[in-house]
Design a protein around this ligand. Structure first.
Ligand code: NAP
Length: 259
C-alpha cells in the first residue's frame, strides 16, 4: 500500500529513542523528509544517521527540550510548515499523588498537554490552507485505563485528549486530521524506569516485574517500536483522511473493555 506521503515533511518530536524513533523511521521509510528532536544531541545524531541509511530521506536534527518555549521555537524554525506533526515528549514520573506539588503538576501539564497544544497552534493554519495535514499525539493507554502511580500522566494527557476531541472536528473538512495514539506496553527506557519504580515499591527485582508485566499482556509480549511506527505512519498517510479525533490503542489486547 502506498501511503502517499513521499516528499512530505514531518516534524517528529522526542524521536531519538523509543516510540518517537519508531514513528520517525516508519515515516522515513514511506519517503517523508524529517526534522527530529530530542534533548541529547549524541543519540539524536546517531538516530538521524540510522534513519538516513535505512531510507535515503533528508533528516535534520534539532537538539533541545520540546517542553520549553525555546525548544519549540528551535524546532519550528527548522520546520515552520510541516505536513505531518508527531507530538511526543517524555512522560511524567510515577509516584504517590500525596507527594506531588503544584510545580510537579505544572511540569506535567506543560510537557504532556500544553506543549502539543502549542505546536498544533503553530502549524495548523498553513496545514488548513494547503488542505493537507496529519497530527498524531503520542499519549498513553492510561487515558482510557488509568494507572494509579502515573496520576500526573493520567491527568495531563486527559486534558490534551479533551482539547483534541473538540478541534479535530473543525479541521477535518480541510483534510487536516488530529488523532491520539495510545501505547500500551513497549519495552523502552521509559517503561524500564516505571518497572524500576514498581520493583522498589514491591520489593521485587526489575526482571520479576518485567516478567509479570509481559505475562499480563494478552499478546504475550511487549510491543515493538516498529509496530507503533507503522500505525503512526498509516494515520499520517494520505489514505487516513477520514480518521480524526480518535484515541487509538496499540496494546496487544491489554485494555479490558468491549469499547
Ligand atoms: P523513551 O524510550 O524514554 O524515549 C523518549 C524519547 O523522547 C527520547 O528520544 C528522549 O530523548 C526524548 N525526550 C524526552 N523528553 C524530551 C523533551 N523534553 N524534549 C525533547 N525530547 C525529549 O520513551 P518512550 O517509551 O518512547 O515514551 C514516549 C512517550 O510515550 C512518553 O510520553 C511515555 O510516557 C509515553 N508512553 C510510553 C509507553 C511505553 O510502553 N513505552 C506507554 C505509555 C505511554 P532525550 O532524553 O535525549 O531528550
Amino acid at each position: 500500500m502506498d501511503l502517499g506521503i513521499r516528499g512530505k515533511t514531518a516534524l517528529v518530536c522526542a524521536a531519538s529513542k523509543g516510540l518517537g524513533k519508531g514513528c520517525a523511521m516508519a515515516l522515513a521509510r514511506e519517503g517523508a523528509n524529517l526534522v527530529i528532536t530530542a534533548r541529547g544531541a549524541e543519540a539524536l545524531e546517531a538516530t538521524a544517521a540510522e534513519i538516513r541509511k535505512a531510507s535515503g530521506v533528508q533528516v535534520r536534527t534539532v537538539a533541545g527540550d520540546i517542553t520549553t518555549a525555546e525548544g519549540r521555537a528551535a524546532a519550528l524554525a527548522a520546520c515552520p510548515e510541516p505536513d505531518i506533526l508527531v507530538n511526543n515528549a517524555g512522560g511524567p514520573p510515577p509516584g504517590d499523588f500525596r507527594n506531588w506539588t503544584r510545580d510537579d503538576w505544572l511540569k506535567a501539564i506543560d510537557a504532556n498537554m500544553l506543549t502539543p497544544i502549542e505546536l498544533i497552534k503553530a502549524v495548523i493554519d498553513p496545514m488548513l490552507a494547503r488542505k493537507f495535514g496529519r497530527i498524531v499525539n503520542i499519549t498513553s493507554s492510561a487515558v482510557k485505563a488509568p494507572i494509579a502511580e502515573l496520576g500526573l500522566s493520567n491527568g495531563a494527557r486527559s486534558g490534551l485528549t479533551g482539547f483534541v476531541a473538540g478541534i479535530s472536528k473543525k479541521t477535518v473538512a480541510n483534510n487536516v486530521t488530529i488523532n491520539n495514539l495510545l501505547p500500551g506496553r513497549f519495552w523502552t527506557d521509559r517503561l524500564k524506569g516505571n518497572a524500576e519504580f514498581n520493583a522498589k515499591q514491591q520489593g521485587k527485582t526489575v526482571e520479576e516485574v518485567k516478567r509479570a508485566m509481559e505475562q499480563a499482556i494478552p499478546a504475550g509480549r511487549f510491543g515493538r517500536i516498529d509496530e507503533f511506527g507503522d500505525y503512526c505512519a498509516y494515520l499520517c498517510s494520505a489514505r487516513a483522511a477520514y480518521i480524526t479525533g480518535q484515541n487509538l490503542l496499540i496494546d496487544g489486547g491489554v485494555y479490558p473493555g468491549t469499547f
